[in-house]
Every structure is written in structure tokens, then in C-alpha cells.
Design a protein around this ligand. Sequence first.
Ligand SMILES: Nc1nc2c(ncn2[C@@H]2O[C@H](COP(=O)(O)OP(=O)(O)O)[C@@H](O)[C@H]2O)c(=O)[nH]1
Ligand SMILES: [Mg+2]
Length: 403
Amino acid sequence: MDELRSLAEAAGYEVVASIEQVRHQHPRYHIGRGKAEELAELVSKLKAEKVIFGNELKVVQVYNLAKLTGVEVIDRLQLILEIFAKRASTREAKLQIALARLKYELAHAKEKVRLARMGEQPGFLGLGKYEVDVYYETVKRQLKSIQNKLKRIRRTRELHRARRRKLELPSVSLAGYTNSGKSTLFNRLAEENTPTDSTLFTTLSTTTRAIDLFGEKVLLTDTVGFIDRLPLTLIEAFHSTLEETIFSDLILLVVDVSEPIGDVERKVTCCLDTIQRIGASGIPVITVLNKIDLISKDELSERMDRLKGLSPNLTPISALYGVNLQHLMERMARYLTRMVKSSFTLPINDESMAILSWISSHAKIESIQYLEGGMDVQFRGPPNFMDKVRSRIEELGGTFKSG
Ligand SMILES: Nc1nc2c(ncn2[C@@H]2O[C@H](COP(=O)(O)OP(=O)(O)O)[C@@H](O)[C@H]2O)c(=O)[nH]1
Ligand SMILES: [Mg+2]
């Protein structure tokens, strides 16, 4: 149910209530008759506009449920299609989704037309006017045409990457399973680190934000989530929808580390495999172990041992409670190529401590060594910051070195 809720939210719905039942599938409503009536009452009481089932529904069940509740009823597969459709922006991804949609239509066409003829129902609108064969043929023809278009489309990856480069900002993509906490992390990072001139970026989509990482602007993109039990017919559509956003300078692979360790391992493996399959394996990955607030310290270190050989750069955090985000951001900064390394030596006095704290709020201090009469500091930060550091260090009689 948590997953379904996250999926619904990803599709843009507001969840107003949820109900569950454990039983054998009822041929009429999928759920039992009593439960179906309870559902209908809930819908009218809350003025809900749609019902989403976590299980796959038969066309006739969709029809009966729509009739009983008076609103449109969809199942998990249709919900996933809606998410993909919302996220897809390239032509290829859109065509892949249209293709998956039509295949779904085709598989249900006969039954749908038969039911549509019995009277108009929510979700079945507009079908009544078709004769079965005409409808069937139309869908088949559209399918063929899309398949041909897809064949003609060249892989456009290079184009995407070139387009993103043109923005000349380092980019980070958030990948991972639904419900792992991607959106929570996305919002956290965006809320706390929105650059002052963010109005420059208002044209970005709702899933991309410009954030400020130690003084450097970085684009953060929430990708379409990996989904458990993804129906086979949707795999291609998923890949092309993911592909257009995952090409970036750095991937944050978000994992719910509080789940049973077997699930964690399986999900991490699946994500890494997919990243490789779509040709993105050259991009560095930080494995973000989220929801550490739900497990003990011992459990965490046990889990990290298990995952060590499996996935790179394990970084435990709690996105919800904002735990260890600073550390994550420092790691991110390390991978965003435009950060440069510098060092300086400075006599120790009242001012040097103030300088250190000023630097650490804009850059990452990597080491401090105390020497006779002074300190030697290595740090990494955005290039435009280096000149400021250099002039302050030199003012105070220190020595600044680049690289
Ligand atoms: N306990 C806990 N819950 C979290 C954390 N991060 C996210 N969640 C919850 O996990 C659920 C899914 O989060 P969401 O960001 O929507 O996941 P997404 O599907 O990957 O975008 C929500 O109920 C969040 O409140 C965390 O660090 N700790
Ligand atoms: Mg999300």
C-alpha cells in the first residue's frame, strides 16, 4: 500500500483514503460485494474522483466497479502508464508509452467494446460508437504505425547530453525504487539549497531544480522511479523514460535501507543492472542509504557490510529527518567535476578560525595539518570561490596554492 500511495502521488494524485482486503478474487468486483459497497460509500462521502487498485483488474471488474462507485476505476498498470506518460518528454519515450498503451487497449478491446455497448460508464466514454472490428482494426493500425516510427528513430542520447551541457551546469539525477524517498530527498536538497537567483531557472520542469552546492549551482533531477513487479509490457517504456533523465554527471541511487536486507540487495542490483543496460554505467554513483532512522546503528553497519561489495559510495542518511545530508552534499560536490582543489598555509591567529568556518560553508575542507607556527589546509570548492580565498589568505600573510 505504501508503494501504491507513492505511485499515485508520482502520478499527481492526492490520496484521500485507502482500503484493503485479503480474499480470493471476486469475479464481479475483484473485492467482495460488501467491500465494494463500502468503497462506493467512501467515494461518495469523500467526493473522491478516482479509485486505484493495486491489483490487476479484469475489464468487467473495472466496468462493474465504475458503475457501482460512479467514478473512474484504474489498476496499477494503468497508473504506471500515467506516470510514464507524465514524465516522458522525448519523442522516443512518448512513442514507447503510446505503444504500451495500445497493446493494453488491444488486449482488452473486445471486452471493452462489448461492455461499452451496454451503456456509458465512467472510463468507458466514447467507445460505444465503435463497432468491435472497426475499433480493433484502428488500434492495430495505430500500433503498427508507432512501431514503424520507433524503428526510424535513432538513439538520441547524444542529443540529450549535448542539450544539458548547453546549460553548462553540473547535473545530478535521483534514481531508485518508488517509496525509497527520492522525492523527500529532492525536496530537502532543493528547499535548503535553492540558489538566490533561482528565477533564472523557472523554465525547468517540476522534477528539475537548480540547487546551490557550496556556492556552485547544480541541476537536480528526480527521475521516474524503479517499480517492483513492473509489467513486462512496460519495460521498454520505463527504460526510455528513465534514459532521458538519468544521463547526468552524477547519479544518486536512493535505497530504503530499512527494508529486509534481501530486498535491499535485489533492488540495488536491479538498479545498477538497468543503469548499465541503458548505457549509463560511465556515470559515477553515490548509493544513498535512506531511512536510517528506522534501524539501529548495529543493523546499519551490518547492512553496510553486506552492501559494500555491491554498490559504490554507501552514504547513510535520513531524508525525512535531515540526518547526514551535509555529508551527502560533500560527497556530491566531490564528483561534480568543476570543483577544484586548492591548499594554503596560514599562521594561526584569531582570524584563521573565522576563515576556516567561512571556507567550510562554501567548500569542502579535506584536511587540516597543524605545523610549527601555522596550519596547512587542503580543500575543494567551486573555482570562482578560489580567488576570494586567495586574496584573503594573502592579505593575512599566508600562502595559497592551486591544485
Ligand atoms: N522514516 C523515514 N521515512 C522516510 C524517509 N524518507 C522518506 N520517507 C517516507 O517514505 C515514503 C516515500 O517517500 P517518497 O519521497 O515519496 O519516495 P519516492 O517514491 O522515492 O519519491 C514517504 O512516506 C516518506 O515520508 C526517511 O528518511 N525516514
Ligand atoms: Mg517520488
